[in-house]
Design a protein around this ligand. Sequence first.
Ligand SMILES: Nc1ncnc2c1ncn2[C@@H]1O[C@H](COP(=O)(O)OP(=O)(O)OP(=O)(O)O)[C@@H](O)[C@H]1O
Length: 288
Amino acid sequence: MNNILEVHALNKTYKNFALQDVTFSLQEDCITGFIGINGAGKTTTIRSILGLALKNSGKIKVLGMDVDTHEREIKDALGVVMDEGCFYNQLTLNEMKSIIAPAYTKWSDNDYRHYLQAFDLDPKQKIATLSKGMRMKYSLVLALSHQAQLLIMDEPTSGLDPLVRSQLLEIMADYMKQGGKGVFFSTHITSDLDKIADMLILIDHGKIVFEKSKDELLDQYRLVKGDPSLLSNEHKKHLMNLELTSYGFSGITADWSKIQKSIPDIVLEKVDVEAIMLAYLKRRNSNA
Ligand SMILES: Nc1ncnc2c1ncn2[C@@H]1O[C@H](COP(=O)(O)OP(=O)(O)OP(=O)(O)O)[C@@H](O)[C@H]1O
C-alpha cells in the first residue's frame, strides 16, 4: 500500500509548547484517528501539514509530493475541514461555493448538490445564519466536492448532533469505498473511532506516543479484574491504570495471558479506544 501522507521529524516551537520530532505515516485506504488530550498538539500538527503554521524543521509529503515545493498540487488533492472554516458571512452557501469551486481542478457541482442534500443544507441560506453544526456540515460538503484524495479534518464531529455524526461517519465510509483515498481526523469523541477508524495515532505533549492499527490494539489489550490479595509487584508492573481497593483490582494490560497463568481466577473484559488512550496517558504522566 502507498503512503498517502508522510510526516518525518516535524518540529514546531511556540513559546510554551513544542512538537518534537513528530513522525508518522498514513497508508491509502485507511481512516486514521488522531487523538490526544486538550493541548497535546493535534491542531498544531494539522496546521503544520497544511502550511498554516510554519514548521521549524521536518519533511512532510502528501501523495509523495513535498509540501514545501508542491503547494498547489497538494491543495488540489486535499479536502480540509478546520474548526474555524474561513467563509464570508454575508454570502449564501451557493455564492461562497462559486468563489471556492474554481480553485479546484476536479470540482464537481453534482457532488456538491448531493452532499448539500445529504446534510440537509439550504444553498440559499446566508452563512451568517448557520449554526455551528451547520457550518461544520457546510465545510464538509466543500471538502467532499472536489474528489480529494485525502481528507484532513480537525475535530469534524465536534458540535454535531449524534444523528449528523453518524451520517458523517457513513459518508466517510462511503468516500473510502472509492479506493486509493485516505482520511485523517482529530477527535475527542473516541466512540466514533471505535466505529470507523482503521489506524490510531496518539499524541501527548507534542510527541507521538503510538501509531497502531485499531483492531490490533483492541485485540491486544484487556481490562483485568481480580482478587487484590493475589496481585504481586511483578503483576502491578504490567498493569496500566491500576485501580486497587480491598475488594478488587482492575487494570489494563497487553500481558493478560501472563497474569492469567499465575492468577487463573481473573476476569478479562474487552476495552475500547478511550480506555486504552487513558491508560497510556496515565502511565506516561506517572512516569514523567
Ligand atoms: N499560535 C500559537 N501561539 C502560541 N502557542 C500556541 C499557538 N497555537 C497553539 N499553541 C499552543 O500549542 C499547544 C498545542 O495546541 P493545539 O491546538 O495543537 O492542541 P490540540 O491537541 O489541538 O488541543 P485541543 O484538543 O484542545 O484542540 C497549546 O499549549 C497551545 O496553547
